[in-house]
Design a binder for this molecule. Structure first.
Ligand SMILES: [Zn+2]
Length: 349
């Protein structure tokens, strides 16, 4: 992901971009700040900016001086070339990401390996970038092994230590790495990412408000909410398919209205997120009928449940149910009574 697509951290990213363009990047850096706010993403974007093969000519020293306007990023990756893509996938030979193994620690063997490689000139790129993610997991012996390299860095390499707990690192290591402090993200920035991923405005604001400025935390929480909504939708569909008795079906309507999760969603918002999940399941049931593979499903992780639903909702009934959900969503938007919509819907399924 290029610098320009990273959420927040505008000042730090400008700083890094200028340094990358002007060749003034320190050989080692410490990215500190809370988890889930984009430190590692920024480190990878820097690696891309340094090694992108499609940088326009004007990104060189020309643009660094007076020609660059305040808001511009003098060096940024294209995000599309082979180098950018390989860096994003973690398979570029000159961009190494070192992270804790199964033991939860970064051990000395991992360090010896990158220190050895850092001694050579880059194989393909212009600058080798070594990113230590969760650098606080470096065992003391590994930090000592790294120290010598940080003291006499090979000219073509940049070392970036990424951590939420910089104080855990040895003072000698910290003193070698200028520290960039990443701040928690603004709730509005987090909300805008969630909206881009298909959440409604008010849902996104509710999740963002409780995320402590961490986009990672917000994405996790919102994924949890979506999974919950989908569970409710699946149960209600199953319930409706099991019997025609209206009284029993109306039980299902109550479930659609049950508030779940910690978000501050209104009842209307809650019902509409259950209905959107239901529409998504019904669409997948249709997709299954065409024999398409998992990649075309919106909910491939619950394929067995979809197959079960398909027994009842394949064909005409599914199409009718999908249409009813759609009408219910429209009615909700037009301020129809929440309970009325839920009751009406379960009788149509
Ligand atoms: Zn590129």
């Amino acid at each position: 992901m290029p610098f320009r697509d990273i959420v927040g951290h505008v000042r730090l990213i400008k700083l890094l971009s200028r340094a990358a363009a002007g060749g003034t990047l320190p050989p080692s850096l410490l990215f500190a700040g809370p988890s889930g706010i984009g430190k590692r993403l920024t480190a990878v974007a820097l690696a891309q900016a340094l090694n992108c093969t499609k940088r326009p000519a004007d990104q060189s020293s020309l643009a660094v001086g007076l020609l660059a306007d305040e808001g511009s990023l003098p060096a940024d990756a294209c995000g599309q070339c082979a180098a950018c893509k390989r860096i994003a996938r973690g398979v570029h030979p000159d961009v190494l990401i070192v992270e804790p193994g199964d033991s939860g620690a970064i051990k000395i063997d991992q360090i010896r390996d990158v220190v050895d490689r850092a001694g050579y000139r880059p194989f393909e790129g212009r600058r080798r970038v070594v990113i230590f993610d969760e650098a606080d997991a470096l065992v003391p012996a590994a930090q000592h092994a790294l120290l010598k390299t940080l003291e006499e860095p090979p000219s073509s390499s940049v070392f970036i230590l990424v951590t939420a707990r910089p104080d855990v690192l040895l003072a000698t290591v910290r003193s070698r790495c200028p520290q960039l402090r990443f701040r928690p993200l603004a709730a509005a920035d987090i909300a805008s990412v969630l909206v881009a991923r298909g959440h409604s405005e008010s849902e996104a604001r509710a999740v963002a408000a409780t995320a402590d400025g961490s986009l990672g935390q917000a994405l996790e929480a919102s994924a949890g909410e979506l999974v919950e909504a989908r569970d409710v939708a699946r149960r209600v569909l199953t319930h409706a398919s099991a019997g025609q008795d209206p009284a029993r079906r109306l039980e299902g309507a109550k479930e659609l209205l049950v508030k779940s999760g910690a978000g501050g969603d209104s009842e209307r918002e809650q019902l509409s997120s259950h209905l959107r999940a239901m529409a998504s399941l019904l669409r997948d049931v249709e997709v299954l009928a065409t024999g398409a593979d998992d990649r075309t499903l919106a909910n491939p992780d619950v394929r067995p449940a979809l197959e079960k639903l398909a027994e009842s909702y394949r064909g005409e009934r599914g199409v009718r149910a999908f249409g009813a959900v759609d009408r219910a969503l429209v009615a909700l938007e037009r301020n129809a009574g929440v309970k009325l919509v839920a009751d009406w819907l379960v009788l149509q399924l």
